[in-house]
Unconditional design. Sequence first.
Length: 280
Amino acid sequence: MNSGLSVPDYARPQSMTEALRLLAECGWRVLAGGTDLYPGAGTRLTGPVLDLGGLALSRIETGEGLRIGGATPWAAIAEADLPLACRALQQAARQVGGRQVQVAGTIGGNLCNASPAADGVPPLLALEAEVELVSVAGRRRLALRDFLLGPRRTALKPGEILAAVVIPEAALAGRSTFVKLGARSHLVISIAMVAARLVVEGGQVRGASVAVGSCSPVAVRLPAVEAALAGASVAEAVDRVTAADVQAALSPIDDVRATADYRRVAAVELVRRAVAEALA
């Protein structure tokens, strides 16, 4: 610490003010649900741990959009009464690990871990999500697409806590769906995944937000697909999704779960399925 006092191994502050003061004084490892922190620590968790469990960061609030506290567990998100635009997020919440992980794991921890295969990211990108970051210097907001910089890399500055995920009111229009491909149906890391949110009026697609995960260093939106869907009739929308438009935004890799070529092909099929389900 800057004060020269010894640093405890563990702290559980009861206020945000206290948490931010501690975080500013020492390089704490921040603990929310621990479902990423503990497995990543190997055989021993080193360094002082700052437990956010004592803070009021697990509320889901409506009014001029949707605000989800950074320490909100996936199970709470899955079970909340949310607009149909959030259906993809709730579907993803039910597929983040097993039930134990869903009860303990948090939306903020998932984002700060910044895995390319994080199930929550494509639905949040489709919802135009922002993250609210707080420190002793104040608060700032970043679009989620600007917060995620690469595998295990974010724009989180030293001394900052991800306090909330904020979804603007305009992005709560329409209906969404989430489609995930893995080696099995549950308890699996995604080979590819897609979230699609469509706004339909008078039998036509008036707005489209489509995001793909596990096929790039970070999940990405598909601007060419979104442009092709805009104005399409419900009957022709799926046919507007082309392989070229989907794959133009992706940069997959070969790994133990799939080859890059397989991911490219799978992403096209998943986008078409997600669009069809969002329209159903």
